[in-house]
Design a protein around this ligand. Structure first.
Ligand SMILES: Cc1cc2nc3c(=O)[nH]c(=O)nc-3n(C[C@H](O)[C@H](O)[C@H](O)COP(=O)(O)O)c2cc1C
Length: 348
């Protein structure tokens, strides 16, 4: 389509970053976290200092259940941000993902702009490609190349039908579940766990069930209430028509709390990352009490990383402190005790 944003154009990557540094990209509707409250525990039998935030994902030890969501790469500016994020991830032993590596696979010269292993030699890193590429001739070999490109431990296949529709990008999602299944199987042979993630429009029970049936190692159910990818595409659009589409669909999506509950309604065991509008340590705690294993943040990490290492460190420490105090307030000693915690109640 003539008016579509070309994702291979370095300018579009920078535009996404610039747009996401402004609050205009946020949903007006909420995640639903405000509809839940923790009941304060006056007698927690817990020492704040002794609270253990450590956890693990795909067999890797993490210091806390907080992830840096996949965002960028492929251009200088994106690489700088990713390297800052990677240093933060390594320092606090948190998992992180890089943004879609399509440009790095199509243009090997741009692969270097995704590399972050030097800054994060030991922490859990996810590679990332769009699942829809599997309908355009890509297969397990491309997926493995994305993993090898950044020496990742795991792979995200992202699902973004609504973003593609508004952007005028790749819009044929027919038969994707079968193709995802085959990539999951192939990468399993080389020991690479494949997670599937939404980019922020959330997950229905039906979609979650069909994904789990493909054998995925985990899901990131990124829901609505934080960064609206319809709004981002509308702001970055070149044509008036697509700008209007961004506004009309700006509120589209399953709120993050429902998205978590939808996945948990079909599987109590699938490793689950919750993204979309988590804006504090209390949101992370609520996401986990609702059923997620890990809470993840994109835009707040971007805004902090854009200001440099110290700002990112301050933000991460603040968020972890909020999470710890929240756990103290309900008497949860560990992440295990936070999962399915009975102190979380719907606000009446
Ligand atoms: C600048 C930016 C770029 C992003 N690019 C990608 C991407 O390439 N692949 C992907 O899976 N998600 C991408 N995302 C989506 C985030 O990972 C996340 O799902 C979404 O922004 C909702 O989280 P938030 O409300 O904390 O921002 C991007 C987010 C931002 C802010």
């Amino acid at each position: 389509m003539p008016d579509s944003a070309d994702k291979r154009d370095p300018k579009s990557k920078v535009q996404h970053i610039e747009a996401c540094l402004t609050p205009e990209v946020e949903y007006k509707k909420t995640t639903g976290f405000e509809r839940y409250d923790f009941v304060s525990n006056a007698l927690p039998e817990v020492s704040l200092e002794a609270i253990d935030l450590s956890t693990s994902l795909v067999g890797k030890e993490l210091s806390a259940p907080l992830m840096i969501s996949p965002m960028t790469g492929g251009v200088d500016r994106g690489h700088d941000i990713n390297r800052t994020l990677a240093r933060g991830a390594e320092k606090y032993r948190l998992p992180m993902g890089v943004g879609s590596q399509r440009v790095g696979i199509e243009d090997t010269e741009r692969a270097q702009f995704f590399k972050v292993r030097e800054e994060a030699p030991s922490t859990l890193i996810f590679a990332n490609i769009g699942a829809v590429q599997l309908n355009k001739g890509w297969g397990a070999e491309h997926a493995q190349r994305a993993v090898d490109m950044i020496e990742a431990d795991a792979l995200f296949l992202h699902l973004n039908p609504m973003q593609e529709a508004i952007q005028g990008g790749d819009q044929d999602f027919v038969g994707l579940a079968d193709r995802i299944k085959s990539v999951v199987k192939e990468l399993d042979r080389s020991g690479v766990p494949v997670f599937v993630r939404e980019v922020g429009f959330g997950m229905s029970q039906d979609a979650a069930k069909r994904l789990i049936d493909t054998g995925v190692a985990g899901i990131d159910c990124a829901g609505a209430g934080g960064t609206s990818w319809a709004r981002v595409e509308g702001i970055c659009a070149k044509s008036e028509r697509r700008r209007v589409m961004g506004t009309i669909f700006g509120e589209w999506g399953v709120p993050t709390t429902e998205s978590i509950l939808n996945v948990r309604a079909v599987s109590s065991r699938i490793p689950l990352i919750a993204t979309g509008g988590l804006r504090s340590g209390i949101d992370v705690a609520k996401a986990i009490a609702l059923g997620a294993d890990i809470g993840s943040m994109a835009r707040p990490m971007l805004v902090a990383a854009d200001q440099g290492d110290e700002a990112l460190a301050r933000f991460i420490e603040q968020t972890l402190e909020e999470l710890r105090v929240c756990m103290f307030g309900i008497g949860a000693n560990s992440v295990e005790e936070l999962k399915g915690n009975t102190h979380l109640h719907p606000v009446v």
